[in-house]
Design a protein around this ligand. Sequence first.
Ligand code: C2G
Length: 135
Amino acid sequence: MRKVITYGTFDLLHYGHINLLKKAKELGDYLIVGLSTNKFNEIKGKKCYFPYEERKKLLEAIRYVDLVIPEENWEQKVKDIKEFKVDVFVMGNDWKGKFDFLKQYCEVIYLPRTPEISTTKIKQDLSLNEIAATK
Ligand code: C2G
């Protein structure tokens, strides 16, 4: 069984995330997602709308996702890759090159992001609509 792993916050889940997870799953037979905990998001400087448990529930409902594990720090990837006998590490290409050190443990693949959508854009658009509505 060819195992794939990817990591992320996946807040306000949108089709850019789904595209990534679909393509990641197509690279193997079993997809593990390291989901950033609330605490790790603070370290990453990300303010989440949904807490970890809710983001985990959403990911577990996606047909491409086989297992969700907590991502608590930057350093756990090597341990995870060894522990789960991962064959392929996948990230969106906004991370291109950042995880090449994992090439000694498994394949490292950066997939194209879905350019026009992001959690930040969703939040910005919603707040702009809010402002327009109150004018
Ligand atoms: N993504 C994408 N297209 C988008 C938005 C996100 O392909 N429009 C991808 C990102 O490239 C990433 C994954 O979806 O591979 C999750 O995105 P985020 O939740 O923003 O993850 P990030 O905060 O980048 O955390 O240790 C790695 C970090 O936890 C990655």
